[in-house]
Design a protein around this ligand. Structure first.
Ligand code: S3P
Ligand code: PEP
Length: 427
């Protein structure tokens, strides 16, 4: 297992183009696979998670070409998917697992879905339970809550489902099954989660009804392949937004970053904390908003983060915790229980790792409380196989007195394979 040492730097300056959005890359491949005709994708994220999606849909009989960030999917419609003689390995990717189950729920064949040790601990009943209600046959450990899962899809019926969690993966799985189920399928969630599925399905020709936090689809819908331009991933940009704000004398420009309103909680938090952040050249490409983001070193103040903003920044919380260690005053993060069921229990891993570096941070039932500013002293930490923990620790290293040594750093290939290239370009 590889390790990396990150040391304090005087400044970060320059311009980078962060890799493609992970959520949109997954969807482009999956929707292309069930659509009729060719789908071309530009700006695809060649990270491990999205490569797992490609590998699974190849096993389901779809021809997919991929060269770096260019992908072509030769869709043959819903009936073009066929039973795989091999297991479908989702690797570390929750998005692949849950969205693919939504697609497989209406396919009249048998599939076995497995992933790595982290995936085996992540709750799947949140999707397998509504999909079973619709009529799919699913089994697995703990009655279908944990992988390995076996699924035999078939004739399904629309349901009206109220999700207990604001989760785009749950919403997307049920909507995808709804597209090929009898009648109407409706999903309501407690707060609005990312809406890339709704936007992209419409662009593929589907009729999707939206009303606040409720989404409805009627069954029997077919999709048409198309060209997709993937914006840069704001969840990846978040690491350098935080780095630019906390490393003195910094000025970083990030080009072509997706700024879909359901994803911009990190921008709201940086602005609330007093960061010098400019949103430039705002435009809409396909159905998604994008912009160039300029961040400069800033004097920061602690803030409160909770409620509807949580799904809009859920993956950014590890690096927001690093940001808070450098802000004046207290930052409280609450209503974020979902962190416990990510690649690691991110409340535990963030708090434990930042404490090792000298942060004044404590875990709560649904989040964490951080007092700043603290001069971190450095030390030895681990990613625990969680890409976002590995990158958050690297950003902490940039402002620590002593070096920060991070174990199992290869985990970051899941979402940001050229993270260190970008970091070194800016130093
Ligand atoms: O739909 C998606 O692409 C994602 C949804 C979120 O998960 P949940 O749906 O579990 O909140 C997020 O954490 C994940 O990184 C990607
Ligand atoms: C939680 C994440 O992804 P997934 O659920 O797809 O594994 C993430 O990227 O932080």
């Amino acid at each position: 297992m590889a390790k990396k040492v990150v040391e304090r730097v005087q400044q970060l300056k320059g311009s980078i183009k962060v890799p493609g959005d992970k959520s949109i890359s997954h969807r482009a491949v999956m929707f292309g696979a069930i659509a009729n005709g060719k789908t071309t994708v530009e700006g695809f994220l060649p990270g491990e998670d999205c490569l797992s999606t490609i590998a699974c849909f190849r096993k389901l009989g779809i021809e997919i070409e991929q060269k770096e960030d260019l992908v072509t999917v030769y869709g043959k419609g819903w009936d073009g998917l066929s039973e795989s003689s091999d297991i479908l390995d989702v690797g570390n990717s929750g998005t692949t697992t849950r969205l693919m189950l939504g697609i497989l729920a209406t396919r009249p064949f048998h599939s076995v879905v497995i992933g790595d040790a982290s995936i085996a601990k992540r709750p799947m009943a949140r999707v397998t339970s509504p999909l079973k209600q619709m009529g799919a046959n699913i089994d697995g450990r703990h009655e279908g809550n944990f992988t390995p899962l076996s699924i035999r899809g078939g004739k399904t019926k629309g349901i009206t489902f109220t999700s207990p969690v604001a989760s785009a993966q749950v919403k997307s799985a049920v909507i995808l099954a709804g597209l090929q189920s009898e009648g109407v399928t409706t999903v309501t969630e407690p707060h609005k989660s990312r809406d890339h599925t709704e936007r992209m399905l419409k662009a593929f020709g589907a009729d999707i009804q939206e009303n606040g936090t409720t989404v409805s689809v009627t069954g029997g819908q077919v999709l048409q392949g198309r060209h997709i331009v993937v914006p840069g991933d704001i969840s990846s940009a978040a690491f350098f937004l935080v780095a630019g704000a906390i490393v003195p004398n910094s000025e970083i420009l990030m080009k072509d970053v997706g700024i879909n309103d359901t994803r911009t909680g990190i921008i709201d938090v940086l602005q609330a904390m007093g960061a010098k952040l400019e949103i430039k050249n705002e435009r809409v490409v396909n159905e998604e908003k994008m912009a160039d983001l300029l961040i400069c070193a800033s004097d920061l103040t602690g803030t409160e983060i909770g409620g509807e903003i949580i799904p809009r920044l859920i993956d950014e919380i590890p690096v927001i915790a690093v940001l808070a260690t450098q802000a004046n005053g207290t930052t409280v993060i609450k209503d974020a229980e979902e962190l416990k069921v990510k690649e690691t229990n991110r409340i535990d891993t963030v708090v434990h790792q930042l404490k090792l570096l000298g942060a004044d941070i404590e875990a709560t039932e649904d989040g964490m409380i951080i007092h700043g500013p603290t001069r971190l002293h450095g030390g030895q930490v681990e990613s625990y196989g969680d890409h976002r923990i590995g990158m958050a620790m690297a950003i902490a290293g940039l402002v620590s007195n002593g070096p920060v040594e991070i174990e199992e750093i290869e985990a970051i290939d899941v979402s940001y394979p050229n993270f260190f290239d970008h970091l070194y370009e800016l130093i």
